[in-house]
Write a protein that binds this ligand. Structure first.
Ligand code: AMP
Length: 445
């Protein structure tokens, strides 16, 4: 199977060659003929499957024959990073066509976007909020849209964009082709899809389960050892580009700083950074200026860097879906990758859920030659401790994994096993330490 069978225009075929694609991915094989035939499509596909090209290529084919400099295709995406990635794919694949594509998202000035809209564009990729802003300014006319794509609809729903989507839909002509992509199908998404798709063809590729090209391993570790473990792991593992996920913006910032102190070429990518700094971080990671990117989940769907060798979950994701999307950043388009997850004992229920979706047990590993007994006591008096969530995770700003204090009292040096687990493993008593690092009594880890 190759791309010739789709009979794309020579300009598009040239774009496909320039992108280095030779064989369509399974979703492209299934979806492209349907989209070319004008069908509505419900695509159940995770990231990393090649779904962007599955909708971009037929759109280029449809619009390329008579570029009109009016908006004929609208692609709505949940995050700025994803919107930028889709725009880039359209520019790469459509680089030899006369079509113009822009991305509209917040966090950057509206002026250049308005100016580009005035000059006329064929394809708009947009995040809902900024698109509504431009609509309110009368800067966009969507009355001529022929194709609407809703990408990562489940994510849009998670981020609270459903009312915005419904508002956007009111600006679109009823007669159009609609392509709807989602990795999962919760009831709200099913309702939205049912309401806007007409006689859709459903294309389902590896729903939910993470890419098969990724091998997974779990490193049981208390929270207080994570930074040390990470440094030891990076020191003894042959890695290419490494993407590390933390639970909070502050942990991302602090961990990036700790790695930088250890001479790694690293950048953080988190929501407190301006859009320009976020884009610089992604570009630097893509271009090789940084080997490591420490990101929060905000980045997990938007980073299209094809050679990520390792995804490391420094903190356990809070949902299976987030795990799928994080690790979808490696092993993209059939390259192989490794996903390592640091799991504290309190993460056990989430591990079980992930294993259920994967359909297999994730291998537990211990890093060879790493001193698991080096947990430094966490001895702040109880009342000084920052708030912890019910899952035992620490949400305070000043609690980077390396923050430690000297020992002060026997009570905190000898917590119960439950307290140890709740503290994310920051206890010091050797007995508890051993229980954690081998196997908890009531756990099947
Ligand atoms: P996506 O799922 O659309 O985010 O695509 C994942 C990655 O696969 C991107 O880096 C694409 O450039 C790449 N890709 C998409 N289609 C193909 C293909 N047919 N052959 C090789 N790589 C592809």
């Amino acid at each position: 199977m190759n791309f010739e069978q789709f009979s794309f225009d020579p300009a598009i075929a040239a774009g496909i060659r320039a992108a280095g694609y030779t064989t369509p991915t399974p979703i492209q094989e299934k979806a492209i003929p349907l989209v070319l035939a004008g069908r509505d499509v419900l695509g159940l596909a995770q990231t990393g499957t090649g779904k962007t090209a599955a909708f971009i290529l037929p759109i280029l084919q449809r619009l390329g024959k008579n570029p009109a400099r009016r908006t004929r295709a609208l692609i709505v995406a949940p995050t700025r990073e994803l919107a930028e990635q889709i725009r880039q794919a359209a520019c790469d694949l459509g680089g030899k066509t006369p079509l113009r594509c822009i991305a509209l998202y917040g966090g950057v000035g509206k002026g250049p976007q308005t100016a580009a809209l005035k000059r006329g564009v064929d394809i708009i990729v947009a995040c809902p909020g900024r698109l509504l802003d431009h609509l309110a300014d009368d800067a966009i006319d969507l009355a001529q849209v022929e194709v609407l794509v809703l990408d990562e609809a489940d994510r849009m729903c998670d981020m609270g964009f459903l009312p915005d989507i419904r508002r956007i839909l009111k600006h679109l002509p009823a007669k159009r082709q609609t392509l709807f992509f989602s990795a999962t199908m919760p009831p709200e998404i099913r309702g939205l899809a049912d309401g806007i798709l007409k006689n859709p063809a459903t294309v389902q590729i590896g729903m939910i389960a993470p890419a098969k090209t990724v091998s997974h391993a779990l490193y049981p570790t208390p929270d207080g050892l994570k930074t040390k473990l990470l440094l030891a792991m990076l020191g003894q593992t042959a890695t290419g580009r490494v993407l590390i996920f933390t639970r909070t913006k502050h942990r991302a910032k602090n961990l990036a700083r700790d790695l930088e102190k250890n001479s790694y070429r690293v950048s953080a990518l988190q929501g407190n950074m301006t859009q320009n700094r976020r884009q610089d971080a992604i570009n630097g990671f893509r271009d090789g200026k940084y080997d490591i990117l420490v990101a929060t989940d905000i980045a997990s769907r938007g980073i299209d860097v094809s050679e990520i060798s390792h995804v490391i979950n420094f903190d356990m994701p809070t949902t299976v879906d987030a795990y799928t999307h994080r690790i979808g950043r490696t092993g993209r388009a059939s390259r192989s990758g490794e996903a390592f997850t640091f799991a504290a004992q309190a993460d056990e229920p989430m591990v079980r859920e992930i294993e259920h979706v994967l359909g297999s047990r994730i291998e537990r590993r211990r890093l060879p030659d790493f001193d698991y007994s080096s947990i430094v006591p966490e001895t702040r008096p109880r009342q000084d401790r920052p708030n912890r969530t019910p899952g035992g995770q620490n949400r305070s700003r000043n609690t980077g994994a390396t923050a430690r204090r000297p020992s002060q009292g026997s009570a905190s040096r000898r917590p119960s096993l439950a307290a140890f687990a709740a503290a994310g493993g920051e206890a010091s008593a050797p007995r508890q330490r051993r229980q954690f690092s081998t196997r908890a009594r009531h756990s099947s880890w």
